[in-house]
Design a protein around this ligand. Structure first.
Ligand SMILES: [Cu+2]
Length: 104
């Protein structure tokens, strides 16, 4: 009495392994990509300002791209799209959500 049988001890190794797998497979589909159309950028300073504005929106995990030539921005994460637009507008540019969906 008092000593756990070997089988029972092994069981505790299995549980954290399954738990870790479960968590990582659940969190990845939550990462989505949102593309914005951004108007009014004319130089690299604008790109930087938009990048910084987007990166500060809650839920944004990464600003993937802000393109001056194509007038667009892409962010990763699960932010409120309206908050992204508001952040860009606050920085002094026009924005609208082009596309929101799960990243490949
Ligand atoms: Cu500029």
């Amino acid at each position: 009495m008092g000593q756990a049988p070997p089988n029972k001890r092994d069981f505790w190794w299995i549980v954290p392994t399954i738990g870790g797998r479960f968590l990582s497979s659940v969190s990845s589909p939550e990462v989505s990509m949102i593309e914005l159309k951004v108007e009014g950028m004319s130089c690299m300073h604008c790109v930087k300002a938009v990048t910084e504005a987007l990166s500060q929106v809650p839920g944004v995990t990464k600003v993937q791209e802000v393109s001056l030539e194509q007038g667009r921005a892409r962010v990763e994460g699960s932010p409120d799209p309206d908050a992204l637009v508001a952040a860009v507008k606050e920085a002094g540019y026009q924005a609208e959500v082009r596309e929101a969906g799960a990243a490949g």
